[in-house]
Design a protein around this ligand. Structure first.
Ligand code: SAH
Ligand code: SF4
Length: 364
């Protein structure tokens, strides 16, 4: 173990190993794990039942930020630098600084009885989707599993003050999760642990731009985690214009991986579609999409779902959001073909709660 490590990067096995090297029994690791993921402690001072020597070592190896909010020495490697609330208070967006100063964001959305977090897996993104604020920033670096986990723990601590818990997590913040596959899956596994944070796999949704090898690997992993594909166009010419990665993994290849996922897992797959006026909200695109999605009929039921959301405007893309009328018309065409389609409302638009928008704005 190196000094200045992130304690949230460790699995329970790693923590047991760490305790062993210090001559501490396994139950100490379990105690620390519980403290971190059940009590949501992030300061060494909270671990009052640990022996002094062990506490000292933990401090030596895993020291984190000492911030204004966290006056005590802490384990945390994420420092909140800016917090924005929507006017109705239901959406909160936090911009975090990483240890070297790069920034990532995570959003809490409260609606109905849910408290859904949208979390980031990378600082920036290498995929360059033209309408995406994160894509416009370019790639900065991968987040470690601990940095992904900490975004969740941060909000979980806030919610705990109201006796509430995180109910769902969408991996739809900054970055492409399948371009950081191992860290993303390790983070989910850590949050999943019944002895720790204990959030069920079905409560998670990973959204991918369509990295085919990642989809294949995810299929083989047979998890209960939900999967969403950012489609946005149903022909290769348009999709390659909007999402450059389509040149590497064109629609035929993408859909063959998607189909394999559905056939092997029997799980319903979601498709994301940001409606851009006059670009991809046309009846032609809807028809092309229907052609593709017809293949998802497995034993009489369609194992897919389309989520349309009006485009969030970003600085470096001139496209506009579709009107509500066009969104309804698009939805109707799909539904008439038997394809379930939901129009998502834009939450927190006034705080630019769209992917990458806060960090992008802050960098300039
Ligand atoms: N990289 C992953 C997950 C993060 S992006 C992916 O692309 O799927 C999460 C979702 O936000 C994706 O569906 C993405 O296409 C969408 N998105 C990005 N910029 C947007 C914008 N300006 N308006 C609406 N949706 C956007
Ligand atoms: Fe990356 Fe997703 Fe944004 Fe595309 S939409 S640039 S994959 S974060």
């Amino acid at each position: 173990m190196q000094k200045n490590s992130n304690i949230y990067d460790l699995s329970i096995e790693d923590l047991i190993e760490f305790c062993k090297t210090l001559g501490e029994p396994d139950y100490r690791a379990a105690q620390i794990w519980k403290g971190l993921y059940q009590q949501l402690w992030f300061s060494l001072e909270d671990f009052t039942t640990l022996p002094k020597g062990l506490k000292q070592k933990l401090g030596e190896y895993f020291s984190g930020f000492k911030t204004i909010d966290f006056e005590k020495p802490s384990f945390t490697k994420l420092s909140p630098v800016r917090i924005q609330k929507s006017t109705d208070g239901e959406t909160v967006k936090t911009l975090f600084a990483l240890t070297e100063g790069k920034q990532v964001e995570a959003v809490l959305m409260r609606y109905y009885n849910r408290r859904t977090l949208c979390i980031s897996t990378q600082a920036g993104c290498a995929m360059g989707c033209v309408f995406c604020a994160t894509g416009q920033m370019g790639f900065q670096r991968q987040l470690s599993s601990g940095e992904i986990v900490e975004q969740v723990l941060y909000y979980a601590r806030q919610l705990a003050k109201e006796n509430k818990q995180v109910t769902n997590i969408v991996v739809m913040g900054m970055g492409e999760p399948f371009h950081n596959y191992d860290a993303t899956m390790a983070a989910i596994e850590r949050l999943n642990d019944p002895q720790g944070f204990n959030l069920g796999a079905r409560r998670f949704t990973i959204s991918t731009v369509g990295l085919v090898p990642g989809i294949r690997r995810f299929t083989q992993d047979h998890t209960q985690i939900n999967l969403a594909i950012s489609l946005h166009a149903a022909d290769d010419i348009l999709r390659s214009q909007l999402l450059p990665i389509n040149r590497k993994f064109p629609l035929d290849e993408l859909f063959s991986a998607c189909l394999e996922y559905v056939q092997l897992t029997h799980r319903r797959l979601s498709f994301e579609w940001a409606l851009i006026q006059g670009v991809n909200d046309t009846p032609e695109q809807a028809s092309l999409l229907i052609e593709r999605l017809k293949l998802f009929r497995v034993k009489g039921s369609i194992l897919c779902h389309v989520n349309v959301i009006p485009l969030n405007p970003t600085k470096n893309y001139e496209g506009h959001a579709s009107t509500h009328q066009s969104a309804l018309a698009f939805q109707k065409i799909l539904e008439q073909a038997g394809i379930p389609c939901t129009i998502r409302i834009r939450r927190g638009i006034e705080i630019q709660a769209g992917c990458g928008q806060l960090a992008g704005e802050f960098v300039k």
